[in-house]
Design a protein around this ligand. Structure first.
Ligand code: SF4
Ligand code: SF4
Length: 315
């Protein structure tokens, strides 16, 4: 996380528990960034860095950080809303380099003039380096704009969709249980339409497989948008160097990266501590569900499943 603040104020933001204004503003420094890069190099890792926020392009050192990672031959993915002047500037400098972007977009009908100018200018530069991601809402929007933008700007033909997940403290807007099936039906319709243009869906974490009917799962599979469901996170690191499992679980436990020998040790620490809680599942059926037992569903989002647990102890 290069910042813990953002130019947007999305009601559904699942970083709210530790983002400004709930927490003081934080900006990752070059020193902290260098320390984390060296720490990741210490142990086994897949050498993939996700640069995110808040909004990472609000960190004035982001181009220096990208250059540092390229020197180290790391794979880089930038998660940005592209609506800042800094995003356009960065895109114009690095669009020709091996850096991919995941672009978090809301319905373009709600963009203001400045946001529209920045987003479209950056998409024009990034083209297939950028793929769109957004949450499917339980509303009337059919999300066809995502297909239009992907074609118009020649973007990567995978679109990543998510369900609105809650933070452990429920500080954001998230789906009610009875809205999961509504969103699942919308995802299926979008996947069917997308397949006509050779566009396919990928999925954010935390989507329970049983939100979909068997027929819907079959349709997704047939049109190249097979559901992947899991609750597994690349660990996040706050701008001050604290390792968290993911933003919705941030307030349940964190340790400074220097307290772990390497990234891999941090992953093991979190997985061991969350393992007993994963057995709780999302609903009673998870206890006997083959998907849960094989860990191929993981019972949706752990942050959601833990909301009524008041004695979680990760120490
Ligand atoms: S708890 Fe799991 S599913 Fe929910 S946001 Fe974190 S990693 Fe994703
Ligand atoms: S593990 Fe739980 S949430 Fe996932 S498909 Fe099975 S019953 Fe549904």
């Amino acid at each position: 996380m290069l910042t813990n603040y953002c130019n947007y104020k999305c009601s559904y933001c699942f970083g709210k528990d530790i983002m400004f204004p709930k927490s003081p503003r934080q900006l990752m420094t070059r020193d902290c960034f260098n320390g984390i890069v060296d720490w990741v190099k210490e142990g086994p890792s897949d050498r993939i860095f996700h640069l995110m926020g808040g909004e990472p392009t609000l960190n004035p050192d982001i181009d220096w950080m990208v250059a540092r990672l390229l020197e180290e031959d790391m794979n880089i993915l930038i998660f940005s809303n592209l609506a800042t002047p800094g995003a356009v500037e960065l895109a114009s400098k690095i669009a020709h380099l091996p850096v991919n972007w995941v672009v978090n977009v809301n319905d373009p009908a709600h963009w203001n003039t400045a946001q529209r100018k920045n987003i479209t200018a950056a998409l024009e530069l990034l083209r297939e380096r950028a793929c769109l991601t957004f949450n499917i809402m339980p509303d009337k929007d059919d999300n066809m704009w995502a297909l239009e933008y992907t074609q118009k700007y020649h973007l990567n033909n995978n679109i990543k969709v998510g369900f609105l997940l809650p933070t452990y403290n429920q500080t954001n807007v998230a789906l009610d249980d009875d809205e999961y099936t509504v969103v699942a039906a919308k995802v299926t319709r979008l996947a069917l339409e997308a397949a006509k243009f050779d566009i396919h869906l990928d999925y954010e974490c935390g989507i329970p497989t049983c939100a979909f009917t068997d027929e819907q799962l079959g349709i997704l599979w047939r049109c190249g948008s097979q559901l992947q469901s899991g609750c597994q996170s690349r660990l996040d690191i706050t701008p001050e160097g604290d390792v968290i499992y993911c933003l919705p679980l941030a307030t349940l436990g964190s340790k400074h990266y220097t307290e772990f020998d390497c990234y891999n040790d941090a992953c093991i620490w979190f997985e061991q501590r969350f393992a007993p809680y994963r057995k709780l599942g999302r609903r009673i059926e998870c206890a006997t569900c083959n998907l849960h037992n094989s860990m191929s569903c993981n019972a949706g989002c752990l942050a959601k499943n833990l909301i009524n647990c008041k004695n979680v102890n990760l120490s």
